[in-house]
Design a protein around this ligand. Structure first.
Ligand code: AMP
Ligand code: ZN
Length: 447
């Protein structure tokens, strides 16, 4: 039985799906630049969620959105539009920027061996549905129009503050003097923005007789409505999404359908790097490509991520990444040993799955793996659960290589150390190390 900590109830709950197929939605990236390693942690943890559900024999239908509509950089509908900024930076159109970084994101995604969603939902493919959604919210009395767009009147949704335990009175007191004047409540937000004459915004669609574009939160509510249907079982995102983005998705869904958006909500925590937050100015916005240049594969990074809990605070250092890489190589060489002798199973896979079933406790599962005796069958299941390509990257060596190992043993028996060293060097060039143990020679992968 899977237990998960549900942000909505703030409790660890037994997971009970609403129907045979578990419906999952994951807030995806804004595609204006390469993802940094902090951005990618979420997808690694949600991959573990999907894999865990499947190992518990659930079927899953999952949607992941790609935010390719330019929105204002901050949650509060202020700041710069990230796609427009990307277009300016690279001298391209916003559509070219979106295509470029969707391709880059999918490449990163696949290099981490993350389970593919059933639907990759590009926000720009749902504009008609967004308009239907805004019309429904308006018809149900939840919106009002300002010179800036169509706004959601959060006072109309009595549970607005519940999800994030918002202190609306405090928000109001803390609001900037003269905060948009036409807003009825400080927490009100745009469901549709108008583009004013002279305003630069290449992505635009006609609605209410003027050019405009959907507010950020709307795409998720709309895509869920269209692709999954409310309520869904699990909605996932980063902790930063709780107070505004997810709160607003919930409010929009209620205004459209009078339904609850999702039964369970999972939020992963932020990582820091060398104790600092990830930021351009600190120069620590590493991409997977940059980690590769430093000798770490995407799966080494995945190993690092999963060695911590999704709700924990994590601090990334290159030393800890090195440790994760070494641990992964060590696991792979335990697989290599399974090819060379019969390694019995001590039946610990059930414990490994039980650890993960307890609120995706991957660090505990990893500690069990470190100390268990796992057969090849067990390792196959470990790979199914964590998607680390342990077996794929650890094939058995060839008959020719086994032959070389035998020849080296013969040379050693004859005290032909020069011949034995020559064979060892030749194997090392092929990425294989040999170790002489009391039970004879054992080979291992060097990396
Ligand atoms: P950004 O493009 O920086 O707004 O990030 C997009 C999403 O990535 C955020 O909404 C977060 O959920 C996630 N994210 C950003 N920084 C981190 C971090 N340091 N650790 C974990 N997740 C992050
Ligand atoms: Zn979302």
């Amino acid at each position: 039985m899977l237990k998960i900590y549900n942000t909505a109830s703030r409790k660890l709950e037994d997971f009970k799906p609403l129907s045979e197929v578990v419906k999952i939605y994951t807030c995806g990236p804004t595609v204006y630049n390469y993802a940094h390693i902090g951005n990618l942690t979420a997808y690694i943890y949600w991959d573990l969620l999907v894999r865990t559900l499947r190992l518990n024999n659930y079927k899953v239908r999952r949607v992941l959105n790609l935010t390719d509509v330019g929105h204002l950089a901050s949650d509060a509908d202020e700041g710069e539009d990230k796609l427009e900024k990307g277009a300016e930076r690279e001298g391209k159109t916003v559509y070219e920027i979106a295509d470029e970084y969707i391709a880059a994101f999918k490449k990163d995604y696949r290099s981490l061996d993350l389970t593919e969603p059933d639907v990759w939902a590009r926000a720009t493919n749902y504009i008609d549905d967004d308009i239907v959604a805004v019309n429904a919210m308006t018809k149900n009395g939840f919106t009002y129009e300002t010179s800036d767009g169509v706004y959601y009147d959060t006072a109309k949704f009595e549970h607005y503050a519940n999800f994030a335990q918002l202190d609306l009175a405090g928000l109001k007191a803390g609001a900037r003097v003269g905060f948009s004047d036409e807003k009825h409540n400080v927490s009100d937000f745009a469901v549709w923005k108008f583009i004013h004459p002279g305003e630069k915004h290449a992505m635009r669609w006609d609605y209410l007789g003027r050019p405009g574009y959907p507010g950020w939160h709307l795409e998720c509510a709309t895509i869920i409505h269209k692709e999954l249907g409310e309520p869904i079982d699990i909605h996932t995102g980063g902790v930063d999404h709780i107070p505004i983005h997810h709160t607003n998705e919930i409010a929009e869904t209620f205004a459209m359908t009078k339904k609850t958006l999702s039964r369970y909500w999972l939020h992963c925590n932020f990582i820091t790097i060398d104790g600092e937050k990830i930021s351009k100015s600190l120069g620590n916005t590493y991409t997977l490509a940059e980690l590769s240049e430093k000798g770490f594969s995407p799966l080494d990074y995945k190993m690092w991520v999963l060695s911590g809990h999704f709700q924990g605070t994590r601090n990334f250092t290159f030393e800890s990444l090195e440790a994760a890489k070494t641990r992964r190589l060590n696991w792979r060489n335990r697989i290599a040993l399974c090819y060379q002798k019969d390694v019995p199973s001590d039946g610990k896979f059930d414990e490994i799955l039980a650890a993960v079933n307890n609120n995706l406790n991957s660090p505990e599962a990893f500690a069990i793996i470190d100390n268990a005796s796992l057969s090849l069958d067990d390792w196959q299941k470990v790979d199914q659960l964590f998607g680390l390509k342990l077996l794929d990257e650890t094939p058995d060596i060839s008959p020719e290589q086994y032959d070389l190992i035998r020849k080296r043993e013969v040379a050693r028996a004859k005290k032909d150390f020069a011949g034995s060293d020559e064979i060892r060097d030749s194997l090392a060039e092929q990425g294989i190390a040999v170790r002489d143990t009391a039970d004879g020679t054992v080979w291992e992968y060097l990396e």
